[in-house]
Design a protein around this ligand. Structure first.
Ligand code: CTP
Length: 437
């Protein structure tokens, strides 16, 4: 495993040495890149001695990364970007966060950030006012949306004499996040994930349709997250303004019936089906060949569409996991649980779409991941981050099942399962788990 540690200029730069050691204890090979201002705080020699590699200090300077990529390619941020399995920046100053967020590439570290496909983790450290500033928070939000791991700073006495948030997280904590990210990176290797996304449109006439407000953001985030964790991804999407995530196969459809055909055609290739699309429940019985004229009140006759999720469950292959979504405006747990049972999926991700700014068309989402035996609350977070959390939960379904009970150990498993399903599970209760053998 290879990690590039980027050090930017802050008093916490000396703590990066501890981070290097913490990563090395996990058998990680480490290269260090320092920004110009970082070198005012710590000598590159410190990191060279720790890593056994010359430290990268400039885009243009003389350096040699030892046995790493630079040997083959000279001074090359591209080679370093390809060499590493993860890039971690600690401490990350407000300046480097701004550069990453806006794609400014004027030194080795910021250039390498743009060039790397590896996961990126940043551990910010700065004065509390700089941390709280809207500009810094907006930049962090951009990075979060992009899937960058952010190890939040702690609160306490700062070097500037002020007290508050801004102290870099402990090196051990940062190393743990990096290791988790590296583990995650390949935990879907071998899986073929079919994701449905966006809303469908049901034509009324050549120009009008019945549709819904789904933007596709949640489904596209799931596709991107699954791909970045090593899965092959087939993304079947209704009309959406979003760009297909890199390296995902995009199948574009418009109507519920087209989505059904596409899903049934491709589902046998997949090991995991995630149905996050907002599929129309009804379509007009007759589609007018000509544009409908305004002649007074009209009544539309609508026919129900096929329930694709239920059909996928009926046709599932052994070992194939099937996860649905439930968009609810009321009684979300009861309705979600009813959908889980009626459709027969392995899990349902329940969204409360009545909440302002959350769910449909929004950038953030909050959800409950519900299986027959477990209920996990996933609080409001950016959809890209939620996508990873949902995939984490889905992966727990792949693990061998054993009885883990936070309830009474002696309770009959079947009875406990029925009770969990019939009980109203309180929001915010966190994980309550009974896994039945
Ligand atoms: N779904 C589907 N085919 C449909 C309708 C829904 O596959 N014709 C899937 C969705 O992709 C989602 C799940 O079923 O994974 C639940 O969708 P939702 O719209 O919440 O529920 P409905 O089944 O449509 O029920 P209702 O509209 O009555 O709440």
């Amino acid at each position: 495993m290879r990690v590039t540690v980027g050090v930017s200029g802050g008093i916490a730069a000396y703590k990066a040495a501890e981070l290097v050691r913490a990563l090395q204890r996990q058998s990680v090979e480490v290269h260090v890149v320092m920004t110009e201002s970082a070198q005012k705080f710590v000598q590159p020699l410190t990191f060279a001695a720790l890593t056994g590699h010359k430290v990268i200090t400039s885009l243009w300077g003389e350096w040699d990364a030892g046995e790493g990529a630079a040997d083959q390619n000279g001074i090359d941020h591209i080679a370093e970007a390809q060499w590493c399995d993860a890039l971690v920046v600690a401490p990350a100053t407000a300046n480097i966060l701004a550069k990453f967020a806006h794609g400014i590439a004027d030194d080795f570290l910021s250039t390498m950030y743009l060039a790397t496909a590896a996961p990126v983790v940043v551990a910010p450290a700065m004065n509390v006012n700089m941390w709280n500033h809207a500009a810094t928070q907006a930049n962090l939000e951009i990075l979060r949306q992009r899937g960058v791991g952010i190890v939040e700073p702690g609160t306490g006495d700062l070097a500037c004499g002020m007290t508050g948030a801004g102290r870099m997280a402990e090196p051990e904590t940062i190393a743990e996040v990096v290791m988790r990210m590296l583990g995650r990176r390949s935990d879907l290797r071998g899986e073929v994930v079919l994701v449905t996304a966006g809303g469908t449109r049901e034509a009324l006439d050549p120009v009008r349709f019945i549709g819904n407000r789904s933007s596709g953001k949640m489904g596209y985030a799931l596709a991107e997250a699954a791909r970045s964790r090593g899965a092959k991804v087939i993304l079947i999407s209704g009309p959406s303004a979003l760009h297909a995530p890199p390296h995902c196969e995009l199948v574009k459809i418009v109507t519920a019936e087209e989505m059904r055909s596409a899903v049934l055609e491709r589902m046998n290739e997949s090991t995991l089906v995630i149905k996050s699309a907002a599929v129309a429940d009804y379509r007009p019985v007759a589609v007018s060949a000509q544009k409908l004229k305004r002649t007074g009140p009209i009544t539309l006759e609508l026919a129900p569409t096929e329930d694709i999720l239920a059909e996928v469950v009926r046709r599932r292959r052994p070992g194939q996991l099937i996860v649905g979504f439930a968009a609810e405006t009321e009684n979300r747990m009861e309705n979600g649980r009813a959908k889980l049972l009626a459709k027969g999926a392995d899990a349902i991700v329940i969204n409360d779409i009545a909440q302002e700014g959350v769910g449909i068309d929004a950038d953030t989402n909050a959800a409950t991941f519900l299986t027959r035996a477990t209920s996990v609350e996933l609080p409001e977070m950016p959809k890209r981050q939620l996508a990873d959390r949902i995939l984490d939960e889905i992966l727990t379904l792949r693990r061998p099942r054993s009885v883990i009970s936070e309830f009474d150990e002696h309770e009959d498993a079947k009875a406990a399962q029925d009770r969990v399903l019939s009980e109203s599970i309180p929001v915010g209760a966190g994980r309550r788990q009974i896994i039945v053998e």
